[in-house]
Design a binder for this molecule. Structure first.
Ligand SMILES: Cc1cc2nc3c(=O)[nH]c(=O)nc-3n(C[C@H](O)[C@H](O)[C@H](O)COP(=O)(O)OP(=O)(O)OC[C@H]3O[C@@H](n4cnc5c(N)ncnc54)[C@H](O)[C@@H]3O)c2cc1C
Length: 384
């Protein structure tokens, strides 16, 4: 029998997070979103609630149970209150699962405090000349006595300004494309590292910025996983961050749609609540429908991953479409609020700007469609 139900444990966790999102996060969202300071207070609270250790090893404070569905559920539920704060479990899931492949000293130094919410670690893949075509990265890792020397620049990096360290992808001299790329955890106070903020149209508290590595020495114990396996590792993890980010956007859109429904029920025009006009209620119905479909697409990708089934295509579907669905729903909610929707006094304009980040971050729609098309061709060719 087919089931769309969450387990009792997942539902219990969801209710706890929903309470936190509604009662704590929602009221501080606009204030936090207007500043570039990292919200350490609420981030630490997420740590104490166990949100930052989902799927990560128990001995470093994680849940020890690989549960990608729960990770998506956490992101969606928290984003109802604050879409920026809610991105933390996804980012930590992505970073933590790679740190878990590091040396014991790396795991003690970074993984345990990351799960507690006491430090952040950025993921630095994008460069000024390589974004969508990530395999074209040019940062060099030159072998040196006892380790490597890194030279290069990373840009558009979330958490660049607040992170204690970054996972840096760099290639062996003479290598090309995805071959020869290794992942290193680089302390951002190391000699030769500099960082600079980049101001985005949203997501300000995420501390977006660029990182420069000028002949930075990294010792052997800072290598993550096998030498040369960095590119394949990070790509594998994107398959769960993509649906989780889809759900993150949908959580913010759900808050906006609920606000629009409440507003439409009491705002009057032409002698009656505007909800009585089909020109208002039909867009609400349509966006609710798209959101329902997009939501279950994301959960299906996470469920496929949880059950060990191929999911790269569905993960990419969950990253290109749900953020678009979410952005359109927030825009519709804004318009239903009339002039108030455009006002900075309501969170709608802020959510729109924050959610639009995910039309680009973690791979644009075009790149996701490229992945889906490739998987489609492979499947159909294999079957014939
Ligand atoms: C808010 C935010 C947070 C981010 N956080 C991080 C982070 O933490 N770490 C990190 O490493 N990176 C991060 N990024 C960078 C992000 O991953 C890249 O911006 C993204 O992969 C696109 O790369 P690009 O910006 O260089 O665009 P480009 O690759 O230059 O693409 C430009 C345009 O061309 C299109 N295009 C490119 N190739 C093709 C193709 N083959 N077919 C069709 N269209 C194509 C793209 O879709 C896009 O519209 C972040 C970006 C944003 C906006």
């Amino acid at each position: 029998m087919i089931s769309f139900a969450f387990t009792d444990e997942q539902e219990e966790f969801r209710l706890t997070l929903a309470r936190f999102a509604h009662e704590e996060l929602a009221r501080g969202y606009r204030e936090r979103a207007s500043r570039t300071d990292f919200p350490w207070d609420v981030h630490r609270e997420l740590g104490s609630m166990g949100v930052l250790g989902i799927g990560l090893p128990e001995q470093y404070g994680g849940t020890g149970v690989d549960d990608p569905v729960l990770l998506g559920l956490a992101a969606e539920t928290l984003a109802y209150g604050d879409v920026n704060v809610a991105s933390a479990p996804v980012q930590i899931g992505l970073v933590g699962s790679q740190l878990a492949l590091g040396s014991e000293s790396v795991r003690q130094q970074y993984l345990a405090p990351l799960i507690k919410g006491e430090c952040t670690v950025a993921i630095a893949l994008t460069e000024p000349d390589s974004g969508s075509d990530a395999a074209a990265l040019q940062t060099l890792a030159e072998p040196a006595n006892g380790g490597w020397r890194l030279r290069g620049e990373k840009t558009a990096i979330s958490w660049a300004m607040n992170a204690a360290a970054a996972l840096v992808y760099a290639r062996a001299p003479g290598s090309s494309r995805s071959q020869g790329v290794s992942c290193f955890v680089v302390p951002l106070d190391a000699k030769g590292v500099s960082r600079a903020p980049i101001l985005g149209m949203g997501c300000l508290p995420l501390g977006w910025g660029s990182l420069n590595f000028d002949d930075v020495f990294v010792s052997k114990d800072l290598l993550i996983g096998e030498e040369g396996s960095g590119f394949a590792n990070v790509m594998h993890h994107f398959d769960f961050s993509r649906p989780a980010l889809g759900l993150l956007c949908l959580g913010a859109a759900q808050a906006s749609l609920d606000e629009a429904v409440r507003f439409a029920n009491h705002r009057e025009a032409f002698g009656q609540p505007i909800a009585k006009f089909q020109g208002v209620s039909f867009p609400l119905a349509e966006h609710a429908t798209y959101m329902e479909a997009a939501r279950w697409l994301c959960y299906r990708a996470l469920w496929l991953r949880a059950t060990g089934q191929p999911h790269t295509d569905v993960a990419s579907m969950s990253k290109w479409w749900p953020p678009v669905v979410a952005k359109d729903a927030i825009e519709a909610a804004m318009k239903i609020h009339g002039h108030l929707g455009y006002s900075a006094e309501l969170p709608l304009q802020q959510r729109l700007r924050d959610v639009m980040a995910y039309l680009i971050a973690d791979g644009t729609a075009e790149i996701q469609k490229r992945v889906i098309a490739r998987e489609l061709m492979l499947r159909v060719t294999k079957a014939s």
